[in-house]
Design a protein around this ligand. Structure first.
Ligand SMILES: Cc1cc2nc3c(=O)[nH]c(=O)nc-3n(C[C@H](O)[C@H](O)[C@H](O)COP(=O)(O)OP(=O)(O)OC[C@H]3O[C@@H](n4cnc5c(N)ncnc54)[C@H](O)[C@@H]3O)c2cc1C
Ligand code: FES
Length: 252
């Protein structure tokens, strides 16, 4: 973990609510595992805590995050302009672990695509992306991934499968039977509940990136603890033991 100082290179509006922020950093960027995150300082008297965001892209001297405007902090962040100084803490947490499977199935819901973009960039073997969004406007978040032929679901049916991404996945999962595959997912909690329900009959290995409200981001305050199915460790800290967890370990 490192304190990283930099200047905003660009803060591009992708949709009304989604932005891609790129920061040019001054020092060497430590090695990053996809799924790790940074705590971003939003320089305003009213924003006390840093905000956690997954590393979306890492260049030689640049770091990008893709974010959705949800509340006060992200609203301020979306108005920060090129040239402004910014402080990041990271990389933090435990990212995705790859185990040489024959196939990886990557499932992202909405802004969850930000959590798996770096993973997709670094994938070496076979993979299939499933991306769910509320409408075709959400396609703006995956322009860079179209060449990977993602399977797309929209809730309003304006593009691809009509419905949520987990019911879409459930229609396709039989194609993977007999293949050594694993699911890597990032999305809202409801998506993980549905995912667990669909996978329960198949008991497929599955890692998920879990979001929880955070205080310190480095294991000290226990503000991010989640319940697990593990009797020895019934609570785990998302910032330290996560944010990537085995779906079967989490108590949903
Ligand atoms: C490990 C991790 C990675 C994340 N990666 C991304 C990402 O790549 N892109 C993205 O858009 N969002 C991501 N989030 C969620 C993001 O941190 C929140 O949307 C953001 O903190 C909201 O801040 P706010 O001030 O706008 O919201 P407010 O509601 O005003 O914030 C109040 C407090 O709640 C916390 N909070 C609010 N919503 C969330 C949330 N969904 N998850 C965690 N904390 C929350 C804030 O950090 C803050 O401490 C991630 C969260 C975690 C834990
Ligand atoms: S945010 Fe403080 S322990 Fe995780």
């Amino acid at each position: 973990m490192k304190h990283i100082l930099g200047k905003i290179l660009e803060n591009i509006e992708l949709t009304e609510k989604h932005f891609l922020l790129t920061v040019k950093v001054k020092a060497k960027i430590p090695d990053v595992v996809p799924g790790q995150f940074v705590m971003v300082m939003i320089d305003d008297k009213k924003v006390f805590l840093r905000r956690p965001f997954t590393l979306y892209k890492v260049g030689e001297d640049t770091i990008s995050i893709m974010y959705k405007v949800r509340g006060f902090g992200t609203n301020l962040l979306s108005r920060m302009k090129k040239g402004r100084e910014i402080s990041l803490l990271g990389p933090l947490g435990r990212g995705f672990a790859l185990r040489n499977r024959d196939l990886y199935v990557i499932v992202a819901g909405g802004i969850g695509i930000a959590g798996v973009n770096l993973l997709i960039e670094r994938m070496k073997g076979r993979f299939q992306i499933f991306y769910g969004t509320s409408s075709s406007k959400g396609l703006a978040l995956i322009r860079n991934l179209i060449s990977h032929d993602p399977i797309i679901a929209t809730m309003d049916g304006s593009f691809g499968y009509k419905g949520d991404i987990i019911s879409c996945l459930s229609q396709h999962i039989h194609y993977f039977s007999g293949v050594d595959f694993e699911i890597l997912a990032c999305g809202p909690k409801d998506m993980y509940v549905s995912l667990k329900n669909v996978l329960v009959t198949y008991r497929v290995p599955c890692q998920v990136l879990w979001e929880e409200k955070m205080g310190c981001g480095m294991g000290l305050c226990f503000g991010c603890a989640v319940k697990t199915e593990n009797a020895e460790h019934p609570m785990k800290r998302v910032c330290l033991e996560g944010p990537v967890f085995d779906l079967w370990d989490l108590s949903l």
